[in-house]
Design a protein around this ligand. Structure first.
Ligand SMILES: [Zn+2]
Length: 164
């Protein structure tokens, strides 16, 4: 991962700013700038920084482009709690610890780390396969997502428990 020291503010920062803004869609109601650029599988919004060429988190790029006061080791925290928002005035520079605390409070790190399958026992999976009702009913009954239910019922997950 790129550290902040590796990034240089180019003289033509306006060109970078225009390219950055082209990847955003401004939402008038909330004031949020919704990121339309690249998003990794893990859900991280990335922006191609030109000097030197590398991708950086879009929120960091935003703070850099508009505030330019992001010190090494500092993190960026969302003030509007819209995870796709890169509006620099909806972002705040904070310490790494504060950034992690906010992430933990939102439950996102936890959700991302927990493999959905690890939350269900083999018996529960068998019960889901023989349960009656819509996928939504079953999801509510077992407190899991509809997607997880569908994965189980369609045999995409917990393959080892499928009847032979
Ligand atoms: Zn916002």
């Amino acid at each position: 991962m790129a550290t902040i020291q590796d990034i240089y503010i180019p003289e033509d920062i306006n060109a970078v700013r225009l390219r950055f803004e082209a990847f955003t869609k401004k939402d008038d109601a909330s004031g949020c700038w919704i990121w339309k650029g690249s998003i990794t599988k893990a859900g991280s919004m990335r922006f191609g920084w030109p000097y030197p060429r590398q991708t950086v988190p879009a929120t960091r790029a935003s703070v850099f482009i508009y505030h330019r006061d992001l010190a090494a080791g500092m993190d960026v925290r969302s003030l509007c709690h819209n995870e796709r928002c890169v509006n620099p005035s909806h972002l705040m520079v904070c310490t790494r610890a504060e950034g992690m605390a906010q992430l933990a409070a939102s439950g996102k790190t936890l959700k991302g780390m927990l493999q959905p399958r690890s939350r269900l026992s083999d018996d529960q999976v068998r019960a889901i396969r023989s349960a009656k009702g819509t996928h939504g009913d079953i999801a509510a009954q077992f407190k899991i997502s509809k997607r997880t239910v569908e994965g189980i019922l369609q045999g995409r997950s917990w393959k080892h428990l499928l009847p032979k």
